[in-house]
Write a protein that binds this ligand. Structure first.
Ligand code: M6R
Length: 369
């Protein structure tokens, strides 16, 4: 059942190109238009939306954080992202013009379910992004966009995360399409890139041996830090979460711009820091800032592990280890940049003798508070 792999997690990492392609299947038309009629939310309602609120837990929350950048950029609708466990005990301001997106692989996470009930009581439209047909969260939502990752067995989420990202991009692009924002000039080219992204994920998977080797060499460390900016920041958080749950190591993700506000004090000789570098093309100011951050931490002794776009020469002098990923539009980069972090965490867990598919103290689906 593990299809020749030692762990479900390895199998699920390998299935990602297909999972991504399956989640796109039938949802992009020949002209590049999004065909999400399956949502059955009337265009009138989508046109009226004046606020998007995303609620989720764990890895699904990280997908939501990335979605915020895409939604606000492509649709100009303000978007908030909140941990479902915080949202449900707050007094959030919602009404009939609010679109609440609940992201959940299992569709059974208690906090996310309670958050969506809370949202519906206040008249918001709730859209579920879910991987499990007929589960409670989509059943209780107004609309659902299923991810087609197939069953995810390993406790650590991998393919579900990538497909949640795809679903979030589809929703963001669709909202842009329905509302006519930035359509032809910006959205259409991105749709074309998104349609091909499964192949890029496949290419990343083919180059993972050095990442595994690096992970094994770090098995004796007790801390790994992760830095990112823009959509690279949630990727850093996700890389750190994977490492905590699988390798039981102290792992933390930071927004690179926060370094000087505290975290840089953690940098000492030999501490491994994974840095997610945005594309040098397009909004290159982000890239340049990240390169200076790498220089800063390296000058203080950090062992720099740099994830950057193929052809990015500027990072080479400062990378103790360089992991290259294919060029993508900035907003789509998480789909390729997360994969090495999954492989890294899985290999580190194995090297430390941990149980990969069933980490201690964790359950696949958290149906209690
Ligand atoms: O089933 P859900 O997507 O609602 O689950 C949310 C989290 O419990 C889940 O993503 C968790 O953080 C994973 N173990 C992370 O790998």
């Amino acid at each position: 059942e593990k299809g020749g792999y030692d762990y479900f997690m390895l199998k699920e990492i390998a299935e990602q190109p297909k999972a991504v392609a399956d989640t796109l299947l039938g949802r992009i038309g020949a002209e590049g238009q999004l065909t999400l009629d399956e949502l059955r939310i009337p265009a009138q309602v989508l046109k009226m939306v004046d606020k998007v609120v995303i609620v989720a837990c764990g890895t699904a929350f990280h997908a939501g954080l990335i979605a915020k950048y895409a939604i606000e950029h492509w649709t100009r609708i303000p978007c908030e992202v909140e941990l479902a466990s915080e949202f449900r005990y707050r007094d959030p301001i919602l009404d009939a013009r609010s679109l609440v997106v609940a992201i959940s692989q299992s569709g059974e996470t208690m906090d996310t379910l309670m958050a969506l009930r809370h949202a519906r009581e206040q008249g918001a439209t709730v859209l579920a992004i879910c991987n499990t047909n007929g589960s409670t969260i989509p059943r209780e939502s107004d609309a659902v966009l299923y991810t087609h990752a197939g069953p995810e067995v390993a406790v650590a989420s991998t393919k579900a995360f990538l497909t949640q990202l795809v679903a979030c991009y589809l929703v963001a692009l669709y909202l842009g399409q329905v509302r006519g924002t930035k359509w032809a000039d910006e959205i259409l080219p991105v749709v074309r890139d998104l349609a091909r992204i499964g192949e890029e994920v496949e290419r990343v998977l083919e180059t993972m041996e050095p990442v595994r080797e690096l992970a094994r060499s770090l098995a004796g460390h007790d801390t790994v830090l992760f830095l990112g900016r823009h959509v690279g920041y949630p990727v850093a958080l996700e890389g750190a979460l994977k490492l905590k749950e699988l390798a039981y190591m102290h792992a933390e993700g930071f927004a690179a711009g926060e370094l000087k506000h505290g975290p840089i004090a953690l940098i000492e000789e030999g501490v491994p820091v994974v840095v997610v570098v945005p594309s040098p093309r397009g909004r290159s100011v982000l890239h340049d800032k990240m390169v200076s951050n790498i220089q800063e931490i390296r000058a203080r002794g950090a062992l720099t592990i740099v994830i950057a776009e193929e052809g990015d020469r500027a990072v080479v002098p400062y990378a103790d280890h360089l992991i290259l990923v294919p060029a993508t539009p900035t907003l789509l980069q998480p789909l390729v940049a997360t994969v090495p972090l999954q492989v890294f965490a899985c290999e580190l867990a194995t090297a430390r003798g941990n149980e990969v598919d069933q980490p201690r103290n964790l359950a696949k689906s958290v149906t209690v508070e």
